[in-house]
Design a protein around this ligand. Sequence first.
Ligand code: ADP
Ligand code: MG
Ligand code: MG
Ligand code: MG
Length: 393
Amino acid sequence: MNFDEYFLMDEQAVSAYIKYKTTLFETDDLTVTEIGDGNLNYVFRVSDGERSVIVKHSGHTARISDEFVLSTDRTIREGHLIQAHSRYVPDLVPDIILIDPVMKCVIMEDLKDYTILRTALQDGQLFPFLGEELGRYLAETLIRTSDFIMPAKEKKALQKEMINPELCEITEDLVYTEPFYNNFNRNELSEDLAAVVDRIVYQDSALKAAVAQAKLKFLNKAESLIHGDLHSGSIFINKSGLKVIDPEFGFFGPAGYDLGNIIAHLFFAHTHASSSGRVEQALWIERTLDEVLRTFRSQALSILQRETIDVALRDASIIAGFINEIEKDAYIVAGLEIIRRIVWIAKVSDITSLEDDRTRAETQLLRFAVFLIKYPEQVRAYSSLFTLLDSSK
Ligand code: ADP
Ligand code: MG
Ligand code: MG
Ligand code: MG
């Protein structure tokens, strides 16, 4: 095999591929295991018993369903996006070893000493640095790829490379349309919840108008190079730090999108913690969200004040307005993400694992989410987003 023409590789092919393509391993005795758990791609661990690497590889359709036909280039773009972000946060992304545009795969660092954040949080773990590190990741990646900092021509060249119509369309449909209209019958609700969703989601025309506005923003606002799928399953963590993986939905979009996803998934984690009686962890998640927002704001402000080159943009009120707008967009996106994860089929285990408390928790989160989408500018009146959640009972 010469690996000069694409085909969908299995374990055996990946083993031959690594030997043919790289000098990473001296032995021919490699173990290859497919460890992917996502919806779209194949993830192989290649090991000689001592060292290991990861090969992420894409097929012509999504792993979960042939219904989603997607260009195999998505993994290539993902590799380049990780490299683009690694200029700003090298310690918060995996090292990329090789990007192969022929075989449509990326060889990267094996993060075997890390755990997926969603799993760690459901396990009851606390990470004192989480809020600050997420805030730093967001500020560094989103602000430094915006027009305030990245030279306009450089940004447009990168934008061309990062154009991502197919995966954007998935977000446009699955986040911004289907949960509110159920046009493909892919919303999945228990009988009790169906009545709630009908009343507070499907029947609310003001909500749908606000969602339409948000959708236009997602379609048009080429603000920053976003991750595009920044949920707690895209974050690896251990006691010493975190790594962000899987930015295949990334493109130049609204900066608030990533922050909004972080907010939404911290609320899911918080719901899991409090419904499971882990009071201390729930309080820590509240502080963590506060730290994400505080760190994002202060680091964004400091980068913008010190490093904005364009005199036309280097204005205190323009800079403040830019950050405020990102936060407001983020509240709306948090609401959208909460709704789609409760209403649409792609549910989160933080919620599906709840037993007796599930419908109550879902109803409260849905009310909270509707408020965020309709009245994002009113969030400031509450001492924290959790106070707002409390008042959504
Ligand atoms: P998908 O795009 O299909 O969602 P992900 O990039 O999220 O794929 O990877 C799926 C799973 O594979 C992750 O949840 C994780 O368990 C494992 N994985 C992915 N990248 C790595 C890595 N660099 N090191 C170790 N495990 C990884
Ligand atoms: Mg994933
Ligand atoms: Mg690194
Ligand atoms: Mg993915």
